[in-house]
Design a protein around this ligand. Structure first.
Ligand SMILES: [Zn+2]
Length: 238
């Protein structure tokens, strides 16, 4: 077999793995939408399905790629022609990177879709009036609907102090809704950040920026978290 034929065969093989990846993901979309429409107040079911799907795509197809590479190497040795092994192997590495990135996109977008569904359910469930009225006089209290922490609020009308305790479903939203939407907001920076330190910092800023904006009650907590991440020694290594 000529070196051109061998290279062409290798590329066809990699192309088939890529097609298989796309096929599995596109077939997963409709059943995934069904699961999302059945969600209530968390996204655990989605997490489990995605784990299985990642194994079926990124992991198994990468493994097939490595097996194919062993055969390709054997062929290259047999052919006794000059080959740049690095160049051919890089094609597999590029495919694996591509699958990893594409899967991250699919994962983050799926979670964001699920988050919007959970948000819809929570909104349908909460009685806004009941949550935001003073227990003593019934006057409206200045509190944001998605406060995730317990807060004491003094009623402007009667002066009594009300302790606002968020519903468990609202507490759960911090993780199952806001977190997923923040990931979606910072998706491309997240992907670039896997390979680039500056992009990773940008990802943290965008991710926490979203949380700070949407959960102002926990602003200080998130800012501290963000600063810890940005000051991680990892970023100071050359
Ligand atoms: Zn009052």
């Amino acid at each position: 077999m000529s070196s051109e034929q061998l290279t062409a065969r290798w590329e066809t093989f990699l192309g088939k793995l890529k097609d298989r990846f796309n096929e599995i993901i596109s077939h997963a979309e409709a059943p995934m939408d069904d699961i999302i429409s059945g969600l209530q107040y968390d996204t655990v079911a989605i997490h489990n399905v995605l784990t299985g799907l990642k194994n079926q795509t990124v992991q198994q197809l990468s493994q097939k790629g490595q097996e194919g590479w062993s055969k390709m190497q054997a062929e290259m040795l047999k052919s006794l022609r000059f080959f740049s092994q690095d160049k051919e192997y890089q094609k597999l590495m590029d495919l694996i990177q591509w699958m990893t990135d594409e899967f991250t996109r699919f994962e983050v977008k799926t979670f964001a879709k699920a988050a919007r569904k959970v948000l819809e359910n929570v909104k349908a469930h909460i009685d806004e009036k009941k949550l935001h009225r003073c227990t003593q006089c019934g006057a409206e209290l200045p509190i944001k609907i998605f406060s995730f922490v317990a807060v004491n609020i003094k009623c402007d009308s009667c002066g009594s102090v009300n302790t606002y305790q968020p519903d468990d479903r609202i507490r759960a939203m911090e993780y199952y809704v806001i977190n997923h939407l923040a990931e979606e907001h910072a998706l491309e920076e997240k992907i670039k950040g896997e390979k680039d330190k500056e992009a990773r910092k940008e990802y943290y800023r965008k991710y926490y920026g979203y949380l700070i904006e949407n959960v102002p009650d926990k602003k200080e907590f998130y800012e501290r978290d963000l600063n810890e991440r940005l000051n991680n020694p990892y970023f100071h290594q050359l």
